[in-house]
Design a protein around this ligand. Structure first.
Ligand SMILES: [Cu+2]
Length: 177
């Protein structure tokens, strides 16, 4: 199970637990009961929740911040300028490292093209429009090294289908995750 699914499941369980508490409070609200014992119980529950948060929540939070993918933003991106032509791509570099952010600055010299990035299995991993007069920035972190292909995603004329090039993604090595 990935972190996303685990977080989703955890949230669902927490929401259901909270809903159960609300329903129970609603059911007990009409009971005529002495205040002091209820207050004592509540304080005990509160103390337990506090220590659970300290013992479980604090280490969990620290761990989650460490694995947070957004911390990669601090890393200087690898910039690739990509320009579409009828009917080929021009990249100012064809090699980047996996595990580090890459920013594709995508434009076109003639008509609209579509900059589509495909992995070795032919799965589209990222895409952006290539437009004349505009530079569209596409940020992507390649998770795995390998040969990726760029295909045109916008029908742009006679040899649209031949508009492909490759990007070599090497093992970052220096990346500490
Ligand atoms: Cu095209």
């Amino acid at each position: 199970m990935g972190i996303q699914s685990a977080a989703g499941l955890l949230t669902l369980v927490a929401v259901l637990a909270l809903a159960a508490v609300f329903l129970r409070v609603r059911r007990l609200a009409h009971d005529d009961r002495a205040y002091a014992p209820v207050q004592g119980n509540a304080y005990r529950v509160r103390a337990i929740i506090f220590w659970v948060m300290v013992v479980v929540g604090l280490p969990l939070t620290i761990w989650l911040v460490r694995v947070n993918p957004y911390s990669l933003a601090a890393d200087a991106p690898q910039v690739v300028r990509a320009t579409g032509y009828q009917w080929y791509w021009e990249l100012d570099r064809a090699q980047v490292e996996a595990g580090r952010p890459v920013v594709f600055e995508v434009s076109s010299a003639d008509v609209n093209h579509g900059f589509g990035l495909y992995d070795a299995q032919g799965v589209l991993v990222a895409q952006v429009q290539a437009m004349p007069g505009y530079i569209n920035r596409l940020s992507h972190v390649f998770k795995a090294p390998g040969t990726y292909r760029v295909l045109c995603l916008e029908f742009c004329g006679l040899v649209h289908h031949g508009m492909t090039t490759e990007i070599e993604v090497s093992d970052g090595g220096g990346s500490d995750g």
